[in-house]
Design a protein around this ligand. Structure first.
Ligand code: 0O2
Length: 241
């Protein structure tokens, strides 16, 4: 493996030397080089900025809903909102895994979670209420929905996933951009971050990983029951239900 790696490094090194010789021969200066780099980076920068803008739009929608809900119901339904644009490495890994053509148009069409917004609520009912209100908005298009609260993953993972498309308004055009929205309770989020640590933990014997995975399935079931009990208590406090 390391022999092959050294081989590749040597080839890259040789190619770089050839390139330097070639650029000297054609009198290729630093400014020309910077221009070429800039030209190839610009489309990627633009591509990522669309997703950053779409995240702002979706976050604002949730912030507005949070404010409106707090007037109507008792307290704010949203505990926290986090978001991220998927990093380049993770996009490339997904491109390879799903065998997607390596151009920005195909990536845009086939990878739906480049922009991700995670909304954390205290109560399960608020998740569905927020999702319904978001999807009612006439500039939001639902592309797909996965309800891992009603149908948890075998790992125990629970969350409501929505892939939506929202318009962003640019200088001279409107562009529809996809965003993955994950809605979950505090308990589901706590569980998911612990399970994520286990998933990416290296140097842990397989049998220990299996025991911990089973333990996490039990934790997920118990924490789902806790979510249900807390919801019942809240309903009684609010409505006497
Ligand atoms: P990251 O870093 O969170 O973005 P996809 O691969 O997305 O095209 P898939 O597999 O059907 O299609 O996606 P899914 O299952 O609807 O959702 C993927 C995302 O949900 C993951 O993103 C996680 O954020 C979360 N997720 C799904 N299953 C699990 C799980 O079992 N445990 C935990 N902790 N999180 C989960 P990424 O891309 O994996 O990473």
């Amino acid at each position: 493996m390391s022999e092959k790696r050294n081989d590749v490094i040597k080839q890259a090194d040789d190619m770089a030397k050839e390139l330097v010789k070639f650029s000297e021969r054609i009198n290729f200066n630093e400014e020309m080089f910077l221009d070429i780099i800039q030209e190839s980076i610009a489309p990627a920068e633009e591509f990522f900025s669309y997703y950053a803008c779409a995240i702002m739009e979706v976050e604002t929608k949730f912030k507005v809903l949070n404010e409106m809900f707090s007037l109507k119901y008792d307290g704010n339904p949203i505990e926290n909102i986090t978001s991220r644009v998927k990093d380049y490495d993770s996009i490339i890994r997904k491109v390879i895994k799903k065998n997607i053509p390596r151009d920005l148009t195909s990536i845009e069409e086939n990878i739906h979670d480049i922009a991700g917004v995670r909304v954390i609520c205290s109560f399960v009912e608020d998740i569905y209420r927020l999702a319904k209100c978001l999807l009612q908005q006439d500039d939001v298009t639902l592309i797909s929905e996965k309800d891992y609260i009603k149908n948890p993953k075998p790992s125990g993972y629970r969350s409501l996933h929505l892939i939506i498309s929202v318009p962003i308004f640019l200088e001279n055009e409107k562009k529809d951009v996809k965003v993955e929205v994950q809605l979950r309770t505090i308990a589901m989020d706590f569980w998911a971050s612990l399970e994520h640590k286990l998933k990416y933990k290296k140097n842990l014997p397989e049998e220990k990983k299996d025991i911990l995975s089973q333990e996490l399935i039990d934790c997920a079931n118990e924490s789902a029951l806790l979510d249900q009990r807390m919801q019942k208590v809240r309903n009684i406090i609010l409505n006497g239900e």
